[in-house]
Design a protein around this ligand. Structure first.
Ligand SMILES: *Cc1c(COP(=O)(O)O)cnc(C)c1O
Length: 435
């Protein structure tokens, strides 16, 4: 059957190349393929499955809704499912955090939430340029792609990508240089050539960009700079929001007040397409229908999102569990980093193990791990970072088992790497797609 994929699916396909098998079932943190092999999922739909695959209570709610002839498609007309979602989101997420936001439903993908955010920021400020950071990832449609750092992704545009000023992310110049000193200097200098932007768009932890963590001090100072220059602050919490760091929003413990927040990936709770652009009320300057779309009310996602909020965000249980599991992962990764000249970094349950000096190691480990029943992706400019993104609900046993497989894979790859007789390269370890 992968023959069918190879023959019919466009060359643009990607994850099937990294994980070349045909999956038939998914439950919690386990994926099963057609041969009955089980894989522990440390990828979780790139963060779209924070509560695991086919979460039973969400699935029950979804089946009940379908069985009751609930509305599936409604453009952005009002449905009971939408009202329930808005009320629940307000009661369980916004109000307890004293966050006053209008909820916008852009199209159902992350890049849609970002497009809406920058469109609105430009409209509100009457400025064109948006500051995005080195190694940023904000999506693949032209506006979001212009914000994205990755060269190969940007090259796919086939046209100029503009309206963006690129500035260095936290730590980009090494630990001793504050990238914000540079930013403040150029923004204060009327002859620097860099004008005050409409907005700064930032990921608090760059997921695709290599699990680069922005420090609290950096983010809080960025907020001050934005305010001083009349620019909006947009937090793209698409990958690291919805509990990934242990709090619902990744920045909740910090003293920052974003003007716009983008959410997608895990907001439906079930892996269904759904995105939100949260807007500070004073800047909700849209005209009716000014940013439109056919799929702006995914009722099935409303149902599972509501259920996920009720189940996981009515108390502190999930947050505490994430923090406990995060410590477990950090400890293991730090050990591996020390043993194998890597760097461990991350926050909550997004953590990375970077091999800056031997970038191809990460890819080889990912392949070896897959052979041994673990799905783990790489990220970073050179694919040098193994990115751990398990479901927040993963059991400690599955987490331990996944970490064991990872450790075994690193040991094996490093042994080959250190054996001079064996010429070791990334291409050599490429796994063929079996048919
Ligand atoms: C995945 C992602 C996006 C894009 O979301 P899509 O649903 O793939 O369009 C944008 N920003 C961040 C931080 C992401 O991780």
């Amino acid at each position: 059957m992968t023959k069918t994929i190879d023959r019919l699916e466009s060359e643009v396909r990607s994850y099937v190349r990294s994980f070349p098998t045909i999956f038939t079932k998914a439950e919690g943190s386990i994926l099963t393929d057609e041969k009955g092999r089980e894989y522990i999922d440390f990828f979780a739909g790139a963060g779209a499955l924070n509560y695991g695959h086919n979460e039973p209570d969400l699935r029950d709610a979804l089946i009940a809704y379908l069985g009751s002839m609930g509305v599936t498609h409604s453009l952005d007309m009002a449905t009971e499912a939408k009202v329930e979602f808005l009320k629940t989101f307000d009661e369980l997420i916004l109000q307890p955090r004293e966050m006053d936001f209008k909820v916008m439903f852009p199209g159902p993908t992350g890049t849609n939430a970002v497009e809406a955010a920058i469109k609105l920021a430009r409209k509100v400020t009457e400025r064109t340029s948006v500051v995005a950071f080195t190694n940023a990832f904000h999506g693949m449609t032209l506006g979001s792609l212009a914000l994205t750092g990755n060269e190969s992704k940007r090259n796919g545009a086939g046209m100029d990508l503009h309206g963006v000023t690129r500035l260095p992310f936290c730590g980009y110049m090494g630990d001793d240089t504050s990238t914000l000193d540079y930013m403040e200097a150029v923004l204060a200098d009327p002859s620097s050539g860099i004008d005050a932007p409409a907005a700064f768009i930032v990921e608090t932890i760059q997921g695709e960009g290599g699990v680069n963590v922005a420090s609290r001090a950096w983010l809080e100072r960025l907020q001050k700079i934005a305010k001083r220059h009349g620019s909006l602050l947009i937090v793209d919490d698409i990958q690291v929001g919805c509990g990934r760091t242990g709090t619902f929003f990744s920045f909740e413990d910090y003293d920052i007040q974003p003007d716009i927040i983008c959410l997608s990936k895990s907001i439906s709770g079930y892996g269904l397409p759904f995105a939100l652009t949260l807007i500070r009320p004073g800047i909700d300057d849209w005209k009716p229908g000014e940013h439109n779309g056919t799929f702006r009310g995914n009722n099935l996602a409303f149902v599972t999102a509501t259920e996920s909020l009720k189940k996981y965000w009515s108390d502190e249980k999930l947050s505490k569990a994430v923090k406990a599991k995060a410590e477990m992962v950090m400890e293991r990764l730090t050990g591996l980093a020390n043993r194998f000249d890597g760097v461990a970094r991350g926050r909550g349950l997004i953590q990375g193990l970077a091999f800056d000096e031997m970038p191809a190691v990460a890819d080889a480990v990912s392949k070896e791990a897959f052979e041994n029943g673990l799905i783990i992706e790489t990220s970073g400019a050179h694919g040098e970072v193994l990115k751990l993104l398990p479901a927040l609900t993963i059991s400690e046993k599955e987490l331990e088992r996944g970490l064991d497989i990872l450790e075994g894979a690193i040991e094996k790859v490093m042994k080959e790497h250190r054996t001079p007789s064996k010429s070791w390269s990334a291409s050599e370890s490429t796994v063929e797609i079996q048919s």
